[in-house]
Unconditional design. Structure first.
Lengths: 241, 233
């Protein structure tokens, strides 16, 4: 295990430093109680997640890749969206998802994932934390469209045998698809992100697509290029070690 | 644990004798659309050589009845007549957007393939379709996402007029109570008479006129329109 391969979030890095300091001045018992793995003692696995935005003109908010327990799902079609999903789907804010109790590790993309662009994220996990992996991102020129991976099991993956999948766009059902000026955070509008009000069907479903001002929705600020069809996201997950 | 062992032995027996063992399956269907209803679902286990529909071929009269008016009686008669096993209308009526019907039990007997259809309302002749999906022999849970097809039997004029009989123009109803009236009719220019992937509905934002009686903010969809989860016991 090369320490250069271990990529931790700044907050986790801080914990790591603290735990190292603690174990440096204490005895072995303290290693057991430290909340984060001590690299020399724990087998780590590294996963790369490569995402490509397949849409015509829907930038995607910085992706979050999260590892979590096998019994957790970030969303369920037909069920009400959680507040964490609502904040992500309406405004691209993934902080609540990273903070979910079931999430053991997470990493965010460097920035917006523009149409046609590809980004590779790396997640290094203690072997004991390897279970399921999810990924979500908002289509930002919409009211509350999002896409992602909802709990794929990575525990059985062999090294360098990738999983490749395409994913569809979901509607969080938490904000009406008005496409109206001031209602969407993306560059097409520059409007509002998260709003606590729920004024749509209030269940997660497959997004019906955007209409645009050219297709009969008079108040829409969206253009035909903001329309999309499924699939909207390509994802390749590879266990590299 | 005990159940797993039993299934393993059944599977082994099936492989050795090269015969198909009776399998119990549980089927769940979720309506993934924003605002469309499904008419009574028709779930059928049948042999590999029968189909409820075939993309690229003309719809049978029985399929047309289902796609234009939600009537699954003829499909049920056809499948049960060839020793298929069916569940007709497991949701006991319409399946609303976001709703699911769970744990539909089928003892598939010698039938190896699964098909599922239901009309999408409000449309002229759209239906959700799973066409002859091979039922896995290994116990487990399998998820399949399915698309909306156009039966190719009726022009998509998007007029809600109660027309649900085969060959009668128009849409039977908008069960959500959100349909319009007095639309002038969409001329969609299609002459494809074969079952094909539905292009989606147009709709408009004028409930009292415009070309369509559908609402573009409520009744549009993108595929997939339904999620099917099959549990093989």
């Amino acid at each position: 295990m090369k320490t250069t391969d271990i990529k931790l979030k700044p907050s986790l890095l801080a914990l790591f430093v603290v735990s190292t300091l603690l174990s440096g001045c204490g005895d072995d018992d303290e290693v057991v109680v430290t909340p984060e793995p001590t690299p020399p003692a724990v087998v780590m696995q590294t996963y790369t997640v490569t995402v490509t935005n397949l849409t015509a003109n829907q930038p995607m908010s910085p992706v979050i890749v999260a590892s979590h327990s096998a019994d957790a799902m970030l969303w369920q079609a037909g069920e009400t969206a959680s507040l964490a999903i609502e904040k992500m789907a309406e405004g691209g804010d993934t902080a609540d998802i990273a903070a979910l109790e079931a999430v053991t590790n997470s990493v965010n993309g460097a920035g917006m994932l523009m149409p046609g662009m590809t980004e590779t994220l790396t997640l290094t996990l203690a072997e004991a934390d390897v279970a399921n992996l999810s990924l979500v991102t908002m289509l930002v020129n919409t009211n509350d469209a999002f896409t992602g991976v909802n709990g794929v099991n990575i525990a059985e993956m062999d090294v360098d045998i990738p999983i490749m999948m395409h994913y569809m766009a979901y509607d969080a059902g938490t904000e009406a698809n008005t496409e109206a000026k001031g209602s969407m955070p993306g560059p097409a509008d520059g409007g509002e992100g998260f709003n606590a009000a729920r004024d749509d069907v209030n269940f997660v479903h497959i997004h019906p697509g955007v209409i645009s001002q050219y297709d009969g929705l008079a108040d829409s600020v969206l253009m035909p290029s903001h329309r999309f069809d499924n699939p909207v996201l390509a994802v390749t997950i590879t266990r590299t070690e | 644990m005990k159940r797993t062992l039993v299934n393993a032995s059944l599977l082994a027996a099936g492989l050795l004798s090269l015969s198909t063992q009776a399998a119990d399956i549980e089927v769940s269907v979720t309506n993934l659309t924003h605002g469309n209803h499904f008419t009574p679902l028709f779930i059928a286990a049948h042999t590999s050589d029968s189909h409820l529909f075939h993309v690229g071929e003309m719809a049978s009269p029985a399929l047309q009845k289902m796609a234009e008016g939600g009537d699954i009686a003829d499909l049920d008669t056809a499948v049960t007549g060839t020793n298929g096993v069916t569940s007709a209308n497991p949701a006991m009526g319409l399946l609303a957007a976001g709703a699911s019907v769970n744990d539909v039990m089928l003892d598939t007997a010698d039938n190896t393939h699964l098909s599922i259809v239901a009309m999408v309302l409000p449309t002229n002749d759209a239906f959700i379709g799973l066409d002859s999906w091979k039922i896995p022999t290994e116990a487990g849970t399998y998820t399949v996402y399915i698309n909306a097809y156009d039966a190719g039997t009726e022009a998509n004029d998007e007029i809600i007029n109660g027309g649900g009989m085969s060959g009668v123009a128009g849409i039977p109803a908008a069960p959500g109570g959100n349909g319009g009236a007095n639309g002038t009719g969409v001329m969609d220019g299609a002459d494809n008479m074969y079952v094909h992937t539905h292009p989606g509905v147009l709709g408009d934002t004028d409930p009292a006129g415009g070309p369509s009686d559908l609402d573009s903010r409520i009744h549009r969809w993108l595929n997939p329109v339904a999620k099917v989860v099959v549990t093989v016991k």
